[in-house]
Design a protein around this ligand. Structure first.
Ligand code: SF4
Length: 257
């Protein structure tokens, strides 16, 4: 393919992804409110059944009851922007993610929390100037979180190493097994040919015995539990709560302590 043709194709794909919102209209084409059944017709524009159809003349929003829209947070990175998740009620499958027009990370100015959900549909439409003011967006990575969600390699259960470190062999275990081994310890990697006894949380949570009597500054044995978290995305608060209850001083986050 010639470079010029390639760029033209790329431009077309880009335009599709911009105007191909599955909400039933775009900024150029108004929707015929009198059309008897707009959903099937409009779905041909985007390839997906739209969650709502907006009459850009009157601002009337017709919502498809088989679609569930949820306002949530994107964890594509630690900016934690808002997102909107489109879910097929019949299958429970996530169909798309969008920006959240209620969230200041996505839209400036954002829609007031007091506004009804129909406002969020209008924010993606050409009704008056709503689409140009409040239209929430996700970055490319945020849009790609849908791929991560459906990724067949996504880790959904605890994996336990079954060979030497770095050899890349793992087996799935249940959450109950993971908790049991983490708390009780033992020769946890016997299957991998290792006889090392690994202490569990129960043995390590000792606030009376020093790690090393010759180095009291290291504190009690409980400090042997080291918590490495990520950036402050909400989960850290839960982690810190546990760590504080456990009694270790060694809690570190991503890039700061
Ligand atoms: S939308 Fe982009 S910047 Fe915002 S949290 Fe998701 S990945 Fe990060």
């Amino acid at each position: 393919m010639k470079r010029r043709s390639f760029l033209k194709l790329l431009g077309g794909v880009g335009a599709l992804s911009f105007t191909g919102l599955t909400i039933g209209c775009d900024k150029k084409d108004s929707v015929d409110a009198d059309a008897p059944d707009q959903f099937p017709k409009l779905s041909k524009l985007s390839g997906q059944k739209p969650e709502a159809v907006v009459d850009v003349k009157t601002g009337n929003v017709q919502v498809d009851g088989s679609i569930l829209m949820r306002h949530s947070a994107c964890l594509g990175c630690y900016s934690s922007c808002g997102n909107r998740v489109k879910i097929d009620k019949n299958t429970g499958k996530i169909l798309r993610v969008y920006g959240n027009p209620y969230n200041p990370n996505n839209a400036e100015p954002h829609i007031s929390f007091e506004e009804p959900l129909t406002e969020s549909y209008l924010a993606f439409s050409g009704y008056k100037d709503k689409g140009s003011i409040h239209r929430g967006a996700l970055c490319g990575r945020g849009n790609a979180t849908l791929e991560s969600h459906h990724d067949p390699m996504r880790t959904l259960v605890p994996l336990k190493r079954t060979s030497g470190r770095g050899e890349g062999k793992w087996k799935p275990i249940t959450w109950e097994e993971a908790v049991e081994e983490t708390v009780e310890g033992g020769e946890l990697f016997k299957d991998a040919g290792e006889s090392t006894y690994i202490e569990g949380f129960r043995q390590v949570r000792d606030l009376d015995t020093l790690i090393d009597e010759k180095a009291p500054e290291l504190g009690p044995k409980a400090n042997q539990l080291v918590f490495f978290g990520g950036r402050g995305d909400g989960r850290t608060s839960f982690g810190n709560r546990f760590i504080n209850a456990f009694g270790t001083q060694n809690s570190y986050s991503h890039g700061y302590s």
